[in-house]
Ligand binder design. Structure first.
Ligand code: OAA
Ligand code: MG
Length: 560
């Protein structure tokens, strides 16, 4: 589809320095005259394909992942269209570079590798100038905001201002896989300080050099932020990303009825995990509702997944109390029971009654992960602990002894925080396992067989949900919409559908999958009265129209 020309008042070096508009050597002869670019560029006119070839050659000249990341980010900050075209052509190779796992290094080293401005940094000290700051954004019609306070970045803890790296990475996927125009995507960082001593003592650190503000100040600051966004961009989606456990769930509960928002780590991770579990169960020919499920990590992500698993089990026909009795949450001190002290309210609903474990044999105050494996005989094990190595050989072997073809998802990110590597899990189960991880892992060969490792990452969910919400301007994001996203993902599983291939579609299929998720999610939103009614043909048209593709448009000058 040929796009209409774009009218702009920018010209000369200002045009070349605006990443959303810059075309570099692809400015045509007419444009170079009309926009005062003569002499500012080498004389040859190039196509975007030629530019991609040069950029890819340069990309290949970097040896380390972090340097590749820095290089790609520089292209993004110089010419967004070229960045996304390059990404589109090398998606499998580059997603791990702009996103998990390399984005974790980029967050940790954010101040060291900082090059140029992107997005909005809002520091606590600026809390009374929020309207001015939002007006300064280089993007006017913002439709998706990814915001973090950097307190729990992936499994890497408090990264302070470095959290901006994850906001940027998520939005790159919104565009590359969900077709959201980069002109509508704004990364944000709420800087309330950091409790990371290493950063506080680092002379390069670019964030507020103070401990995180207290809870009352924090809550007031976030409230001011939400109000300011509502004034400036009332229809924008706000994606909460990588907030620490004490704030993640309360913020979601406080704001989910007020603004169109969701928490990617709680709801996005839950949706992708339930979708992947449904695919795994279908390929094993069992019901999710017949499984005992063990979670290692009872934070907001783990509890969010557990609640979605329970909803799904109930939808399959068992009672809620039966479903809850099949869930085992394990935290630092072992299994959560109704006798565990100091639990948060969202954890309390997921405890096992002490009387259930009376007949179990275990040592220590609460059963350990290994005890739970031996006594509960789970079919499913999910790791969201953020801690490397917790799925030890005895744990995996004990699980395998109790069930055939266990479903094992070590989901912690980035790769080095994983609870067990796919190779370990496959070896310890003698290859009889269904596995998915949160970060990308290369295929594993074992006994002459290749195991493709599915990446159960929320990036299968948020681009499609965002596209659907934007296409129909949904007011809110409901649990039902997210459940629909899970179902759509599960229905696209090659392994469940054909008995072979990956458990999840490849990342290269994400754009097509996101459109399907967008369509189904939008239909649920309409049914729930969260968006105006449109028929299926118009809905598909709206989704296609909103799907931005990286190609240059012709520019015309706005005449004075
Ligand atoms: O970013 C990712 O890869 C997934 C995610 O949200 C997290 O681990 O916090
Ligand atoms: Mg996250």
């Amino acid at each position: 589809m040929k796009k209409s020309p774009l009218y702009t008042a920018y010209s000369g070096s200002a045009l070349l320095e605006t990443p959303l508009l810059n075309k570099g050597s692809a400015f045509t002869v007419d444009e170079r005259i009309a926009f005062n670019l003569a002499g500012l560029l080498p004389p040859r006119y190039e196509t975007i394909e030629e530019q991609v070839s040069r950029a890819y050659m340069q990309y290949k000249s970097f040896d380390t992942a972090i340097n590749k990341h820095i290089y790609l980010r520089a292209i993004q900050d110089n010419n967004e269209t070229l960045f996304y075209r390059l990404l589109q052509q090398h998606l499998d190779e580059m997603i791990p570079i702009i996103y998990t796992p390399t984005v974790g290094d980029a967050c940790e080293q954010f101040s060291d590798i900082y090059r140029s401005a992107r997005g909005l940094f809002i520091s606590y000290n600026d809390r009374h100038q929020l309207d001015d700051i939002l007006r300064n954004a280089t993007k006017r019609k913002v439709k998706v905001i990814v915001v973090t306070d950097g307190e729990r970045v992936l499994g890497l803890g408090d990264q302070g201002i470095g959290g901006m790296g994850i906001s940027i990475g998520k939005l790159s996927l919104y565009t590359a896989c969900g077709g959201i125009s980069p002109a509508y995507a704004l990364p944000m960082m709420l800087d309330v300080g950091t409790n990371n001593e290493k950063l506080l003592n680092d002379p390069m650190y670019m964030g507020l050099r103070q401990k995180r503000v207290g809870q009352a100040e924090y809550d007031e600051f976030v409230a001011l932020f939400i109000q300011a966004v509502k004034r400036r961009w009332p229809e924008a989606i706000i994606q909460f990303e990588d907030f620490a456990q004490p704030n993640a769930m309360p913020l979601l509960q406080r704001y989910r009825e007020q603004v169109c928002c969701f928490n990617d780590d709680i709801q996005g991770t839950a949706a992708v995990t339930v979708g992947t579990l449904l695919a795994a169960c279908r390929s094993k020919n069992v019901q999710l509702s017949a499984q005992h499920v063990v979670f290692v990590g009872a934070g907001s992500a783990g509890c969010g997944i557990a609640e979605q698993v329970i909803s799904q089990m109930v939808a399959e026909g068992i009672s809620e109390s039966q479903a809850r009795s099949q869930i085992f949450m394990i935290d630092r001190f072992g299994l959560l029971t109704d006798a565990t002290p100091g639990l948060r309210d969202f954890q309390q609903a997921l405890t096992q009654p002490q009387k259930t474990i009376e007949s179990w044999s275990y040592s220590g105050e609460f059963p350990s992960l290994l005890d739970v494996m031996n006594c509960a005989k789970p079919g499913i094990l999910i790791g969201v602990s953020g801690q490397a190595g917790l799925f030890t050989e005895p744990v995996i072997r004990a699980m395998k002894a109790g069930v055939s073809t266990p479903i094992i998802f070590p989901l912690s990110n980035p790769s080095r925080q994983v609870e067990a590597t796919p190779e370990q899990v496959i070896t310890w189960t003698e290859g009889d396992v269904i596995i998915a991880t949160g970060s990308p892992f290369a295929p594993v060969s074992y006994n002459g067989q290749q195991y493709v490792i599915a990446q159960c990452n929320n990036s299968y969910i948020f681009p499609g949900v965002g596209l659907g919400v934007i296409a129909i301007k949904a007011r809110l994001i409901s649990d039902e919409m997210l459940r629909e996203a899970s179902k759509t993902l599960a229905a696209a599983s090659p392994k469940a559908n054909n008995g072979s291939g990956g458990l999840l579609p490849a990342f290269t299929e994400l754009a097509a999958l996101s459109k399907k998720i967008a369509f189904n999610v939008a239909k649920v939103a309409i049914k729930q009265g969260l968006a105006l009614e449109v028929d299926d043909v118009i809905l598909q048209q709206k989704i296609d129209e909103n799907f931005w593709l990286p190609q240059y448009r012709q520019y015309k000058r706005i005449s004075a």
